[in-house]
Structure formats: structure tokens, C-alpha cells
Design a protein. Structure first.
Length: 155
């Protein structure tokens, strides 16, 4: 694993006593069969599973999260941080706002076999207009972000 990833700061909310975390699993090759870590974090990228553009590779979101569940160690933790869209909006806002409804994150991960553990309000910004793209200067750095923790069931 990249040495810089091991030195990266990992939010305590996610690790809770885990000794061998992995921060950026997107560096894994598609052929990876096992993630030899007890924790993975998906930061500001969950919405990209639904992003569609000619220059962006098509991603099968369900396949991606199911694969992640398969390769994470039994009992392993998955932390997700993403800019929040409004509740009930479609995944299409990934293209325009670069946000996602937190309910979609939860639904996708539970459908893939993860167990919901907890949500933190540490990055919540109640005054954020969730209808603005995260690149809008009026919300840059002040977006409402969902922080959730899931666990792969022990086998």
C-alpha cells in the first residue's frame, strides 16, 4: 500500500480501535480479490458512482459496492463522507450538483450487504442550500456533508 495512505489522518469516528486501516480503496486494481485492511473510507466520491459524462468511465454502482463488501475483511468498517443533496432527489444530481441524497448511500450499502452502524453530524451544515453545486463559490467549503459508518457482517 502507498506509504502516504498509512500516514494519513483517519477520523476517529471511523476507526474506533482498528489497527490496519486503508484510506483510499479507489487505488485498488479492479482485479483485487481481498482488501487486507479492517477499514476503508470513501470520501467525497460516492456521488461519482452515478456521475455520467463522456470523459468519465461508466460505473455500475451496485456492482461497485457489492465488490467492496466482498473484499473488505469480515467485520470491517466502511466510512463514507459525501456532500449531501436534498432528501428524495434522484441520482441525476450527481451530474449537476456533485452531491447525493444520504438515503441513497444508506440504501445502496445495505443492499450490498453492509450493516448501518452510525451517523455523525460533525460535518453537517444545516444552512447549506443543497440545491447548489458544490463548486458554487457561495457554498464552497461550507457544504452539508453526510458522515456514515457501516460494517461488513462477521462471517
Amino acid at each position: 500500500m502507498n506509504a502516504n495512505l498509512k500516514r494519513a489522518v483517519i477520523p476517529p469516528f471511523f476507526v474506533d480501535g482498528i489497527s490496519n486501516p486503508c484510506l483510499n480503496f479507489s487505488l485498488l486494481p479492479r482485479s483485487a480479490q481481498r482488501l487486507d485492511h479492517h477499514m476503508a473510507a470513501f470520501v467525497r466520491g460516492f456521488h461519482d458512482l452515478y456521475y455520467e459524462e463522456a470523459s468519465w468511465p461508466a460505473i455500475d454502482a451496485a456492482d461497485f459496492v457489492e465488490r467492496l463488501c466482498r473484499i473488505l475483511k469480515s467485520g470491517g468498517i466502511l466510512g463514507v463522507v459525501n456532500c449531501a443533496a436534498g432528501s428524495g432527489v434522484s441520482v441525476d444530481v450527481a451530474n449537476t450538483l456533485h452531491r447525493i441524497d444520504p438515503g441513497i448511500i444508506r440504501s445502496d450499502l445495505i443492499s450490498a450487504g453492509f450493516e448501518f452502524v452510525a451517523e455523525s453530524d460533525v460535518l453537517r451544515k444545516k444552512n447549506d442550500d443543497r440545491n447548489r453545486p458544490i463548486s458554487d463559490p457561495s457554498v464552497w467549503g461550507e457544504t452539508d456533508r453526510v458522515v456514515v459508518k457501516f460494517r461488513k457482517p462477521a462471517s
